[in-house]
Design a binder for this molecule. Structure first.
Ligand code: B12
Length: 211
């Protein structure tokens, strides 16, 4: 099996140590960092997203795959920076104010990173002001918000409204998710995107940047 295919398989299987070693070997063998990123890491995480959507794998497997991808990414990153490879776009992510549930948010962040987006993770308990300020300051393309409590979902509405107020011609798009969040709620508050799983967050963000 060639090195790219082996690395892609290691990502899908969540083999963390192997993924790191294979990324090192691929670089040593003279493969282009961009090729390793696109054909092994991103392609591997794309496959993980597909399997997750059809319930062939579950949250623990996705977390292992994402960790493997991050391990390989550690090796690749300095070479990608040297080569001037641009991320697909920047996504500011966080769990909304009053809410400490961050497993789904972390999953969304990892899947987006795996798809080539740069992530600014604000953590949990994030107020509307912080989402908007960080997105403007970092020149983000997307704000991705997560909520697990029905009592905290209103911060998503506050963020959408504050963004319109602070940056009326904003190109920054908003997407929301989390167990109690629905498409109907997203439409009502004027969010640009809604997804019921972390793989869909990637589809939405790709749609926003037109790729
Ligand atoms: C784990 C958990 C906790 C952990 C959180 C640990 C952590 N670091 O996250 C702890 C123990 C801390 C906790 C605390 C509490 N919890 Co709790 N918790 C849960 C539990 C069991 C699982 C949540 C979870 O992680 N699911 C797995 C992840 C992967 O799912 P997810 O977040 O929905 O994310 C998926 C999608 O929604 C989507 N997604 C998520 N975000 C986004 C964003 C975008 C943009 C997109 C596109 C997609 C997307 O992608 C993910 C993967 O596909 C749920 C019950 C349940 N079965 O859901 C209760 C639950 C959420 N908790 C609940 C409650 C009430 C609480 C407490 C108030 C309990 C208490 N009395 O103290 C506190 C609140 C603390 C706080 N201020 O936040 C209730 C909420 C009820 C409600 N309707 O509001 C639930 C539903 C339990 C219940 N049945 O009562 N909790």
């Amino acid at each position: 099996m060639d090195r790219i295919a082996a690395l892609k398989d290691a990502i899908i299987a969540g083999e963390m140590a192997q993924a790191k070693g294979l990324a090192e070997q691929a670089l040593e063998a003279g493969l282009e960092p961009k090729e390793i990123l696109n054909e092994a890491l991103i392609a591997g995480m794309d496959k993980v997203g597909e399997l997750f959507k059809v319930n062939e794998i579950y949250v623990p497997e996705v977390l292992l795959a994402a960790k493997s991808m991050q391990n390989a990414m550690q090796i690749l990153k300095p070479h990608l920076v040297k080569g001037g490879i641009q991320p697909r776009g920047k996504v500011v992510v966080g769990t909304v104010r009053g809410d400490l549930h961050d497993i789904g948010k972390n999953l969304m962040a990892m899947m987006l990173e795996g798809a080539g987006f740069e992530i600014v993770d604000l953590g949990n308990d994030v107020p509307a002001e912080k989402f908007v300020e960080a997105a403007i300051e970092h020149g983000a393309t997307v704000i991705g918000m997560s909520a697990l409590l029905t009592t905290t979902m209103h911060t998503m509405k506050d963020t959408v409204e504050l963004l319109k107020q602070k940056d009326p011609d904003s190109k920054i798009r908003t997407m929301i998710g989390g167990a109690p969040v629905t498409r109907n709620f997203a439409d009502r508050i004027g969010a640009d995107g809604y997804g019921d799983d972390a793989a869909t967050a990637v589809d939405i963000a790709k749609g926003f940047v037109g790729s």
